[in-house]
Design a binder for this molecule. Structure first.
Ligand code: PEP
Ligand code: MN
Length: 337
């Protein structure tokens, strides 16, 4: 961390800041320039509150050289993290395919879709049982009954199940029942929930918040990891921009940025990014091409009558075609589906 003092900063003020930092066990080196005096803080500065330093009227600016996240940071963990989920892994060479409806609607629906996506080569079944909806009057999910149906689908197909948690009081149930716990975009900054999930060992699929920066996403991952759970998978699902043609804007470069900054696996959800079913296949392929560790796709056998997100759900036939293309791509990218 570097602190640039104002040109007119009295020596006494500079000394005061230096002493304060040293009292917190930080090594400070003072560089006297012709106009400015600069303080260089060496070592771990994650706990230093830059706002507090910036509040000093003689401080021109504070620059952090190091990122605030440590456990999620590639700097301290060069190799890609590979997360074990049941008999599968996410990250490394593997390309995870998570597919299924936005929400679990009935036994027939989820069993049928689970079989179809399994036949096409998916490894994971998605399906919301607890749904975060914009309107309280919209379908809120089948809740516990939905969880039971997901378990039934797992039993019938062997697919691992991924489903969203909405509140911390369901953690024990989710740990018991599901293979990957999804934290949705709307809960990305629900820090109490993240901390509680950090006290489990379950793989957590952390989706990027609607307007969250990459750094904020990584800080949220840090919340989970700092409590002891390193099994975090990140998910780019589109962000809010001024563009209204698509539901969100898929930030495809976020995959590259996250991979540079962090060792955690990152997958892409093109369904929620685009919000338009006819874009999903191409965006899924773009995600694989750019190096995502997996994709999450909404698939529905009757999108026109889906209880949630039908407009962005592809039919099983299209999912099959997508899987064929992706399997061909995976070969040349040295990835394994
Ligand atoms: C979902 O995956 O069903 C979902 C609600 O996604 P997001 O949290 O990204 O909006
Ligand atoms: Mn959805």
């Amino acid at each position: 961390m570097v602190i640039v003092m104002r040109a007119d900063a009295p020596v006494k003020e500079i000394e005061k800041i230096k002493e304060r930092l040293e009292a917190g066990n930080h090594k400070v080196s003072v560089i006297e320039g012709t106009d400015y005096c600069v303080l260089g803080i060496i070592g771990d500065t994650t706990e230093i509150d830059t706002n507090e330093i910036e509040a000093n009227e003689y401080v021109e600016k504070v620059m952090k050289v190091q990122q605030s996240y440590k456990l999620a940071n590639r700097m301290f963990h060069r190799d890609n993290s590979v997360i074990r989920v049941g008999d599968r892994t996410i990250g490394g060479q593997d390309l995870a395919v998570i597919a299924g409806p936005c929400s679990v609607e009935s036994e027939d629906q989820i069993l049928e879709l689970a079989k179809r996506v399994k036949e096409c080569g998916a490894g994971f079944l998605r399906g919301g049982a607890f749904k975060p909806r914009t309107s309280p009057y919209s379908f809120q999910g089948m809740k516990l009954e939905g969880l039971e149906l997901l378990k039934l689908a797992r039993e019938e197909t062997g697919l691992l199940i991924v489903t969203e948690i909405m509140s911390a009081d369901m953690i024990d149930k989710f740990v018991e029942d599901v293979d990957v716990i999804q934290v949705g975009a709307r809960n990305m900054q629900n820090y109490e929930l993240l901390k509680e999930l950090g006290r489990t060992t379950k793989p957590i699929l952390l989706k990027r918040g609607l307007s969250a920066t990459i750094e904020e996403l990584l800080m949220s991952a840090e919340y989970i990891m700092s409590e002891g759970n390193g099994n975090v998978i990140l998910c780019e699902r589109g962000i809010r921009t001024f563009e209204t043609y698509t539901r969100n804007t898929l930030d495809i470069s976020a995959v590259l940025a996250i991979k540079k900054l962090s060792h955690l696996p990152v997958i892409v959800d093109p369904s929620h990014a685009a919000g338009l079913w006819w874009m999903v296949e191409a965006l899924a392929k773009a995600s694989v091409a750019v190096g995502a560790d997996g994709i999450m796709i909404e698939v529905h056998n009757d999108p026109a009558n889906a209880k949630c997100d039908g407009q962005q759900s592809i039919k099983p036939e299209r999912f099959r075609a997508l899987m064929e293309d992706i399997t061909a791509m995976a070969g040349s990218l040295r990835r394994i589906i």
